[in-house]
Design a protein around this ligand. Structure first.
Ligand SMILES: Cc1cc2nc3c(=O)[nH]c(=O)nc-3n(C[C@H](O)[C@H](O)[C@H](O)COP(=O)(O)O)c2cc1C
Length: 204
C-alpha cells in the first residue's frame, strides 16, 4: 500500500461560510477525498487566530529550551506546534483571499511562525537558503478584481518568495478572479477554478 499524501490546508478568509477561498478549499477537499490516497489536516487561521509576532515571542526562540521560563516556554510552543504540523505534511494548500492587495494578516501571522532561521531556512554568505525538502504548495486564490499576470499582483510573488525562502519551489496557483465583477464573471471564474483544482487533485 502506498503512503497517503499528507495535505495541510490553511484557511484564512474572514468572511466565514461566504468566503470564496473557503469554497475553493472545500471543493479541493471533497475532490481529494473522493480520489483517495490523502490525509487532510485543516487549520483555520481565523477561528484559531494567531496574534501578531512580537519581540517577546521572537526573543523566546533565541533562548535555549532548558533556560526558558514558563512564559517563554508558552510563547515558543506556538511556533513549535506550527512547525511540527508543517513538517508533518507533504503538500501545503493555502486558501488565500486577496485583502487590500495582499494576504490576510492571519495568514501572514502563520508565515511569521514557520519562516524561522535555523529551522526552515538559514542565512549563508550567498544569501538565505531553504532547509525544507520534499514539499510542494498549492495556492487557491480568491480575488474581487483581476490582477494575475499584472504588476498589481503583489500577492503572487509574496507567497512564492515566502515559500521559496524555505525551499518550497514547487508552487502552483489557482486563481478565482473577478469575484466582485458581477454574477456572470463570478460564476465563470469559480467554474474555471474548480476545473483547475480537479486537475491538480489528479496529480496529488
Ligand atoms: C477587507 C477586504 C479587502 C479586500 N481587498 C481587495 C483588493 O485589494 N483587491 C481585490 O481585488 N479584492 C479585494 N477584496 C475582495 C476579495 O478579494 C474577495 O471578496 C475575495 O472573495 C476574498 O476571498 P474570501 O472570499 O475567501 O474572503 C477585499 C475584500 C475584503 C473583505
Amino acid at each position: 500500500m502506498t503512503t497517503p499524501t499528507r495535505v495541510l490546508l490553511l484557511n484564512s478568509s474572514i468572511l466565514g461560510d461566504n468566503g470564496q477561498s473557503r469554497g475553493l478549499a472545500a471543493h479541493f477537499r471533497a475532490q481529494a477525498e473522493r480520489r483517495g490516497g490523502v490525509t487532510i489536516t485543516e487549520r483555520d487561521l481565523v477561528s484559531d487566530a494567531l496574534p501578531h509576532l512580537d519581540g517577546a515571542e521572537l526573543g523566546s526562540w533565541m533562548i535555549e529550551p532548558a533556560e526558558r521560563d514558563a512564559a517563554q516556554r508558552e510563547l515558543a510552543a506556538r511556533s513549535e506546534t506550527l512547525l511540527e504540523e508543517f513538517f508533518a505534511h507533504d503538500v501545503i494548500v493555502l486558501a488565500a483571499p486577496l485583502y487590500n492587495l495582499g494576504i490576510p494578516s492571519q495568514l501572514k501571522a502563520w508565515f511569521d511562525r514557520v519562516l524561522r532561521a535555523g529551522r526552515t531556512f538559514r542565512y549563508t554568505e550567498n544569501g538565505p537558503q531553504g532547509l525544507v525538502e520534499g514539499k510542494r504548495a498549492l495556492v487557491l486564490a480568491a480575488r474581487g478584481g483581476q490582477y494575475a499576470g499584472t504588476p498589481l499582483d503583489s500577492q503572487t510573488p509574496h507567497l512564492t518568495h515566502m515559500l521559496g525562502l524555505m525551499g518550497i519551489g514547487d508552487v502552483e496557483f489557482v486563481y478565482a478572479e473577478g469575484l466582485a465583477m458581477g454574477d456572470e464573471a463570478r460564476e465563470s471564474a469559480l467554474g474555471e477554478a474548480h476545473q483547475a483544482i480537479d486537475a491538480l487533485v489528479d496529480r496529488l
